[in-house]
Design a protein around this ligand. Structure first.
Ligand code: FE2
Ligand code: FE2
Length: 166
């Protein structure tokens, strides 16, 4: 823990760590949901969808890393047991049991919309109190917004294609 770096945080550090731990669990679950979805998805436009899911998986993992680093800087210990992820997560985990592209896209869009709300809230809570976490949350939010748009535009193309070929 950086002592001065932690002293300048103008909010309850425990409360801040709780927000970060929850986001940490969300990121791991999002990573796994994308990673597995990319392996098993089926249907039209599969190749484009796989490429997007794989890229998102990599980025969710990088978010987990950013959040972990911040937890450690603040003197916390990132959740050590995956079994705890379910208890802490804001956004949960949607198992890709129906592997049709449309279903996988919709599940992940829902996840991104939840992630957007999580980081928007973190930004609001930290903006005048903790510039370091604030900055991290803005960086992640930018990517979550991009993820939502990537998936929604794939879904739009898919629906167009399906309706035109009917
Ligand atoms: Fe993320
Ligand atoms: Fe995302």
């Amino acid at each position: 823990m950086g002592t001065r770096g932690t002293e300048i945080v103008g909010m309850d550090v425990k409360k801040l760590l709780d927000l970060l731990q929850r986001a940490y669990c969300d990121e791991w679950l999002a990573y796994y949901q994308y990673w597995l979805g990319a392996k098993i998805v089926k249907g039209p436009m599969k190749d484009a969808v796989i490429a997007e899911l794989e890229q998102h998986a990599t980025e969710e993992l990088s978010h987990a890393l950013m959040v972990t680093n911040r937890i450690i800087q603040l003197g916390g210990t990132p959740i050590t047991k995956p079994a705890e992820w379910y208890k802490w997560t804001n956004c949960g985990y949607d198992a890709p049991e129906d592997v049709y592209v449309k279903v996988i896209l919709e599940q992940n869009i829902k996840g991104e919309q939840c992630a957007i709300d999580v980081y928007q809230k973190m930004i609001q809570e930290t903006q005048t109190k903790d510039p370091v976490t604030f900055n991290m949350a803005v960086t992640i939010l930018e990517q979550e917004v991009e993820h939502e748009e990537d998936l929604q535009s794939l879904l739009e193309d898919l629906e167009l294609m399906v309706s035109r070929s009917a």
